[in-house]
Write a protein that binds this ligand. Structure first.
Ligand code: HEC
Ligand code: HEC
Ligand code: HEC
Ligand code: HEC
Length: 431
């Protein structure tokens, strides 16, 4: 996991207007992918240094090639770790297997590939920006506008919901491409995404400056983070209703559950007294619920009623998980209905300073009361607290505490809820 601890502060000024997600993710779009080579020439996006005379940087290809892991995602499939994984999974090879290529390359169907398209380019420009068949020649002409480019198939990656959907498609998975527990058992790392931190961690090949905001609007980092939480929770609920969850008959797909429900030592025991209940007795295998528990906590500061509703719905999801897959799917739908109600306001809401301070404080209070007992929720809490602190401009002031939290979550095999709770209590004293 790359950490955002030392990243620069981004100050974003205006909030973008919301749009419903209409565009399919680039892999499923109806335009041909022409290939990285059609973007990367020295007069286009392959210039060696930033071209200050243009709206966009023009050295995007260099940044992607030299610094962005997405450019090496296909080559990763040729490495020993992937070869071993393929062997364990009984695949001929990782770099020819659809299951691996779907997330490690721009794996569009063969008939959707232009002449210069190369699968070995990995996650190329069009894997995120959409097949350029219709916009490639026009988008550099004087009359081109962002709106027109979008009409011609450019993916709206600047819009938080669309960006969430794009990044989640590989960093969480979809009904069509998914890293199962079998794949993880073969050695694949578990997947994780927090939209704002991952946005910051991807080496930027664009600048959100005045002309960018004029062309595309902009969004505050806290809203990007909240959008990510809502959409990640929503995607998890979607996946619970897909064949990815239900395809096995005896056990459901294990990667939907909190990994350390099963993968941990037996002592010290960890089930907190206050959490044990009839509906979720100690020893139950719990569905992973990190974005939801964080949302429940942050909503307390801005929308107490929805927080309570979501809390009850999540409780029902957990107890249904001891009954049947059908029961789980019903409860997942309920959660989605609530997420739908709150999404617009969370994504567009301009939060006041005191609301953000309250959100952070509530998260830390909840952490000090052991509400985040799983590694995955503690990790989301870290992302949340850091994002809010950077936005509030006091991340330096609280640097010592942020470092301590980071220290506790930097190795999931050494995560102890009790220690996380102690750190939160110390932080709380200084707030
Ligand atoms: C649902 C999408 C998805 C699928 C399917 C998938 N991967 Fe990945 N893989 C990822 C993502 C995303 C990462 C980066 C994880 C991170 O760093 O947060 C990754 C990371 C990896 C890594 C580790 C990289 C590192 O630096 O530690 C290897 C190796 C790998 N994948 C190989 C494979 C192989 C082999 C397959 C097919 C059996 C496969 N992946 C299937 C999305 C996927
Ligand atoms: C993993 C996803 C991803 C990949 C791969 C990617 N980009 Fe981007 N790109 C983004 C995001 C996110 C933004 C910021 C949001 C936006 O403006 O659409 C962006 C923005 C841009 C911009 C807009 C800058 C502006 O000021 O409007 C350009 C130009 C661009 N990318 C070119 C490229 C090129 C060329 C490549 C390939 C060499 C590439 N991108 C690969 C995600 C990606
Ligand atoms: C087509 C699948 C795909 C899409 C779409 C995608 N990623 Fe990735 N991403 C990957 C894979 C695979 C890796 C691991 C590559 C490697 O290790 O070489 C990765 C690695 C990363 C990393 C570095 C590893 C880490 O854990 O910090 C960041 C940051 C990242 N992606 C952010 C994003 C963001 C932000 C978006 C959306 C704008 C996005 N990705 C969209 C597949 C994807
Ligand atoms: C319901 C219990 C359960 C859950 C939840 C679970 N696993 Fe597992 N996991 C197992 C079992 C059982 C095995 C097989 C152990 C063996 O073969 O000895 C296993 C094996 C593995 C292995 C291979 C270990 C080895 O020694 O080779 C990995 C890696 C793994 N799981 C990762 C994960 C991740 C990541 C998650 C969460 C996304 C997860 N597991 C969730 C039960 C679980």
């Amino acid at each position: 996991m790359v950490c955002k601890r030392r990243m620069k502060i981004l100050t974003l000024l205006t909030v973008a207007s919301l749009q419903l997600i209409a565009a399919p993710i680039p892999q499923n779009g109806k335009d041909k992918h022409m290939g990285v080579a059609t973007c990367s020439s020295g007069v286009c996006h392959g210039q060696s240094v930033e071209n200050k005379g243009e709206n966009v940087m023009m050295n995007e290809y260099r940044t992607w090639l030299q610094h962005d892991e997405h450019s090496g995602a296909y080559k990763l499939l040729l490495k020993p770790a992937s070869k071993l994984m393929a062997k364990k999974l009984g695949l001929k090879s990782a770099h020819t297997a659809k299951i691996c290529l779907d997330c490690h390359a721009d794996n569009v169907p063969v008939e959707m590939r232009g002449k210069k398209f190369q699968l070995s380019d990995g996650i190329g420009c069009e894997a995120c920006h959409g097949g350029s068949e219709r916009w490639l020649s026009d988008h550099k002409e004087p009359g081109a506008t962002h709106k027109k480019n979008i009409e011609l198939g450019l993916y709206p990656s600047e819009k938080p919901p669309d960006r969430a959907k794009l990044c989640l498609s590989c960093h969480l998975g979809t009904a069509h491409k998914f890293a199962t527990h079998t794949i993880m058992g073969a050695g694949h790392p578990r997947l994780d995404l927090e939209l704002e931190s991952f946005t910051q961690n991807q080496p930027a090949h664009y600048k959100v400056d005045a002309d960018y905001e004029k062309r595309k609007g902009s969004i505050k980092s806290v809203n990007m983070w909240l959008t990510g939480l809502v959409y990640k929770a929503n995607s998890q609920m979607n996946l619970l209703q897909s064949k990815q969850f239900t395809k096995h008959s005896l056990f459901p797909e294990l990667s939907f559950y909190e990994c350390h429900s099963c993968h941990r030592g037996m002592s010290p025991t960890r089930w907190p007294l206050e959490k044990a209940s009839k509906s979720m007795p100690a020893g139950s295998v719990r569905l992973e619920d990190a974005p939801l528990v964080v949302l429940i906590s942050v909503l307390k500061s801005v929308d107490q009623a929805s927080s309570q509703k979501l809390f009850m719905a999540l409780k029902q999801l957990h107890s249904s998980s001891l009954k049947s897959k059908d029961a789980i799917q019903k409860k997942a739908k309920n959660i989605q209905a609530i997420l739908n109600e709150i999404s617009t306001s969370l994504i567009t809401k301009t939060l006041t300073k005191s609301q953000k301070q309250n959100m952070r404080k509530t998260l830390i209070i909840d952490a000090s009361q052991n509400s985040f007992r799983d590694y995955s929720s503690a990790l989301q809490v870290f992302y949340a607290i850091e994002t809010i602190s950077i936005d509030l401009g006091d991340s330096d002031k609280y640097s010592k505490h942020l470092d301590k939290i980071f220290d506790k979550i930097s190795d999931e095999n050494k995560f102890y809820p009790d220690q996380f709770q102690v750190i939160a209590k110390l932080f709380l004293k200084e707030l």
